[in-house]
Design a binder for this molecule. Structure first.
Ligand SMILES: [Zn+2]
Length: 81
């Protein structure tokens, strides 16, 4: 818990825009890890409801992938600190 608190504190001290850029990179990286044929098929559906697509893209698989990416990012930060 102490390491997590220090990591959150480090994130809060980043210059404007850098924390958001890191969050965006982790978010998109998680999409790359969690993408599957079902999402491909859904994306090509004519008249696709964008809310349904957003919900499908941010499902449990994406959440787990985001967690893995975030932990990897924190580990890299710990190694270079
Ligand atoms: Zn997303």
């Amino acid at each position: 818990m102490r390491a997590a608190t220090a990591a959150v504190r480090r994130e809060a001290q980043r210059p404007d825009g850098e924390a958001q850029a890191i969050d965006t990179l982790c978010h998109e990286w998680a999409h790359a890890l969690a993408w599957n044929f079902s999402l491909d098929r859904l994306a090509k559906t004519p008249g696709l409801d964008p809310i349904e697509f957003e919900r499908a893209c941010h499902d449990e698989a994406w959440g787990c992938a985001f967690s893995r990416v975030w932990r990897a990012y924190l580990e890299v930060g710990r190694l270079v600190a």
